[in-house]
Design a protein around this ligand. Structure first.
Ligand code: DC
Length: 216
């Protein structure tokens, strides 16, 4: 029996992976899990409860009670939420608490698109299609700055660039499930691409993987 057709899309903040992942989900008619939102929710809910983000057990307690239905709060999309997410994401107990939810999504019989940092390496290493989407820190900072400005956040480009560099460093150097491409992931650098070009390139990569999967 071949595994469900799962597409993993990993990569750093503002690389375009969210756009690529939702485009693929629409093309293939697959449900999508934005796993970053899980960590964002834990970070924001922990802060709202007055907890210290460095307190692994407290953050894990929040993670254990989290459901997919809770992920719609716009507060999870802010700059502060991204930073809080990256901080709670270093705790193995938090990652463990969020694991089952991600695994059950990855095991949906009809397949799924999983977006994050460790989807292809840790959550679903058996996924037939894996992408690692990246772009230069400067390009990512420009994109994120425009997005946050459109949401009404008053923040400078330099502050965003510093956020991105700090987050890359923290997400890439943590001991548990660091951000990195799976050995069989196809790398997609979107620095010089428009959204449409990135979406097209991603679709071509996934088409090739789907043909291999269908023949398996
Ligand atoms: O993709 P994002 O910006 O929404 O992710 C926010 C943070 O959550 C990111 O900086 C690190 C963490 N994260 C993670 O550790 N593992 C994932 N699969 C997804 C996100």
């Amino acid at each position: 029996m071949r595994p469900p057709f799962v597409i993993t899309v990993d990569g750093p903040a503002a690389s375009g992976k969210g756009t690529v992942a939702s485009g693929l989900a629409a093309v293939y008619g697959l449900p999508m899990l934005d796993s970053g939102l899980l960590y964002r929710a834990v970070g924001v809910l922990a802060q709202r409860a007055g907890l210290d983000l460095d307190d692994a057990a407290a953050a894990a307690g929040i993670a254990q009670g989290l459901t997919v239905g809770q992920l719609t709060d716009p507060a999870f999309r802010t700059r502060a939420a991204g930073e809080a997410a990256s901080r709670v994401a270093v705790h193995p107990a938090v990652r463990l608490a969020l694991r089952e939810l991600q695994l059950s999504f990855a095991r949906r019989p009809g397949g799924a698109v999983l977006d994050g940092r460790d989807q292809g390496t840790v959550i679903c290493p058996e996924a037939p299609a894996k992408l690692y989407v990246s772009a230069s820190p400067e390009v990512r900072a420009t994109r994120r700055w425009k997005q946050l400005a459109a949401q009404g956040e008053a923040v400078t480009y330099d502050e965003i660039l510093a956020d991105i560099v700090r987050r890359d460093e923290r997400d890439g150097s943590r001991a548990d499930s660091p951000m990195r491409p799976a050995p069989d992931a196809v790398l997609l650098d979107t620095s010089e691409m428009t959204i449409e070009q990135a979406a097209d390139a991603a679709r071509r990569i996934v088409e090739a993987a789907r043909a291999r999967w269908e023949a398996s």
